[in-house]
Design a protein around this ligand. Structure first.
Ligand code: RFL
Ligand code: PHB
Length: 392
């Protein structure tokens, strides 16, 4: 049974795991990433599209942002539509910051390429990954690769293995507190090689439900419509999707919609979830392994990045400065930012969607809140400050 050793065993090669690996490598801290899927499978998942400025800064620090700066689309504003009306939130004027539209697939590809170029170790298609003894001083990870059992000894384990991963599930139930809200709808998403309907994103509230117009480039669009939880993507023809999207947008916007064949079509459920604390002895959780937000605020990937920032600083302090202060404070620091992003994502979801059991009073409250939001510079500034990302 081959046994190897590293300083940090990172479970999961999604954006959290890859980014942590890249930052640690720059400080000479040794890490091995163990991923259960293939690299192609990881790259095939169509997910986030909007990066906060602090996330871009972190990718700069990791040395993986050259293509992001060349191909990413900086956006100085974002639009909210309500029925026939559209309102632009001027992010730049309100916060002096912007967001950058650059797909999670591209961020992942850049991190994977940099890792391969630096000769850093990632084990793909590892089976039966298990984490052991993180309550003591000598944690271990075991897995099977091509039928052979492996053991990886380490100083610390970083659980970057997403919502369905093994790390959070390995923590004794009485050491973990979880908070959850499941929303009574999902998002049906379509990716298509058509030019975006507008230069900036549109979050649309309509009588038929929420819709979002996003993009990946000047020639590739990403659209979503709120759908019922028992719906199936295969039941939606492309024509039916485009027709439904158009009905949820202001008429003058819908008139500019360019349609075409979908490249990808899938349904994602919406959920808010937090597990705390984010540290158990020598096991740390980061990203979706510890928390989920509904996609409305575009915060999931960005929160994964902020966790990684705090965890990287903590591990750097430990390995280079021999101080445990950082790892002791990790969970508290990360969770303070997580809860604020949870609040923002929940609030924007509640404001923009049609809820099945919504009473006429609740509908009027939603309308009043939107009216207030777009008429108050202070309310718009609060939205903008959260959308561009709270400081670390
Ligand atoms: P990931 O990306 O889920 O990666 C975890 C990795 O761990 C692997 N894994 C294991 N490996 C080894 N052993 C095991 N036992 C394992 N179990 C799992 C998995 O195969 C995987 O490779 O988590 P990470 O790295 O924390 O990254 C989080 C982000 O992926 C996620 O928060 C975002 O995609 C959320 N999200 C969005 N975030 C944004 O910031 N902006 C957005 O605009 C945005 N839009 C979205 C989104 C998520 C969506 N879906 C489908 C959930 C839009 C959608 C539709
Ligand atoms: C996306 O482009 O996939 C996207 C953008 C903004 C969101 C969610 C998803 O709030």
């Amino acid at each position: 049974m081959p046994t190897t050793r590293t300083q940090v065993a990172i479970i999961g090669a999604g954006p959290s795991g890859l980014l942590l690996g890249a930052l640690l490598a720059r400080k000479g801290v040794d890490a091995v990433i163990i991923e259960q899927r293939s690299a192609d499978y990881v790259l095939g998942r169509i997910r986030a599209g909007v990066l906060e400025q602090v996330t871009v800064d972190l990718l700069d620090e990791a040395g993986v942002s050259e293509r992001l700066h060349a191909e990413g689309l900086p956006h100085d504003g974002v639009n909210l539509s309500f029925g026939a009306e559209m309102h632009r939130i001027d992010l730049k004027a309100l916060t002096n910051k912007h967001v950058v539209v650059y797909g999670q697939t591209e961020v992942t590809r850049d991190l994977m390429d940099a890792r391969a170029a630096a000769g850093l170790s990632t084990v793909y298609e590892a089976q039966d990954v298990a984490v052991h003894d993180f309550g003591g001083s000598q944690p271990r990870v075991t897995y099977t690769l091509n039928g052979e059992a492996h053991t990886l000894q380490c100083d610390f384990i970083a659980g970057c293995d997403g919502y369905h991963g093994v790390c959070r599930a390995s923590v004794p139930a009485d050491a973990l507190q979880t908070h959850e809200k499941v929303y009574p709808f999902g998002w049906l998403g379509v990716l298509a090689d058509v030019p975006p309907v507008a230069h900036e994103l549109i979050y649309a509230h309509s009588e038929r439900g929420f819709a979002l117009c996003s993009m990946r480039s000047a020639t590739r669009s990403r659209y979503y419509v709120q759908c019922s939880l028992d719906d199936q993507a295969s039941r939606w023809s492309d024509d039916a999707f485009w027709a439904e999207l158009a009905r949820r947008l202001p008429a003058d916007v819908a008139a500019n919609l360019v349609t075409g064949p979908s490249i990808e079509k899938s349904i994602a459920p919406l959920r808010s979830f937090v597990a705390e604390p984010m540290r158990f002895g020598r096991l740390f959780l980061a990203g979706d392994a510890a928390h989920i937000v509904p996609p409305t605020g575009a915060k999931g990937l960005n929160l994964a990045a902020s966790d990684v920032h705090y965890l990287f600083e903590a591990l750097r302090e430990l390995f280079l400065d021999h101080s445990e202060a950082g790892i002791d404070a990790y969970s508290q620091k990360a969770l303070a930012r997580v809860w604020k992003a949870e609040r923002f994502s929940w609030w924007l979801t509640s404001l923009m969607h049609l809820f099945p059991e919504q009473s006429p009073f609740e509908q009027r409250m939603q309308q009043a809140e939107l009216d207030y939001l777009v008429s108050s510079e202070h309310a718009m500034a609060a939205l903008a400050e959260n959308y561009v990302g709270l400081p670390y």
